[in-house]
Design a protein around this ligand. Sequence first.
Ligand code: PRP
Ligand code: MN
Ligand code: MG
Length: 181
Amino acid sequence: VSDIEGDITEVLLTEQQIAEKIAELARRIEADYAGQNLLIVGVLRGAVMVMADLARELRMHIEMDWMAVSSYGSGTQSSGVVRILKDLDTDIAGRTVLIVEDIIDSGLTLSWLLANLRSRGAESVEICALLRKPDAVKVEIDVKYIGHDIPNQFVVGYGLDYAERYRNLKSIGILAPHVYS
Ligand code: PRP
Ligand code: MN
Ligand code: MG
């Protein structure tokens, strides 16, 4: 246990704080999409935890699908290069879609994804992101649901990785500089 937790300098959001925020977002989504056939789209791999918890918190019928895109690999900087690694299995023409993301950093991934999904003729495509780094945003995107705005530091846990590690932490914390320097 000390091995992984020693790499975290500060817990930014505890497991309970995350759960409370997800419940709050779920209540808003239920109200906004009442009676609609909502498809939530998780962006692999970071959004896996948010998707799993948000989906179980929603007291309404939903469908779930997944896309895998990558904006950057093992580093800490966004490259702006977005690749589709796995596309949706669902035809979203005419569908009501909510993209679920763990974090908006530069915004490059989501601005690209939003345009891509909207071009497929969906009825609506909106975004729900648990975290956003306002100081890092390079592209302004209209985000319907935001959990927390956080400082521009490298955070990991609850789906967020550094070099594919730390996704399995239950809380979200700031990664110690000694790990990546
Ligand atoms: C991370 C994160 C977001 C994206 C945000 O994903 O999960 O999807 O970066 O960065 P941006 O706003 O600067 O585009 P990553 O590409 O690291 O893939 P992963 O989800 O598999 O970790
Ligand atoms: Mn991601
Ligand atoms: Mg990543």
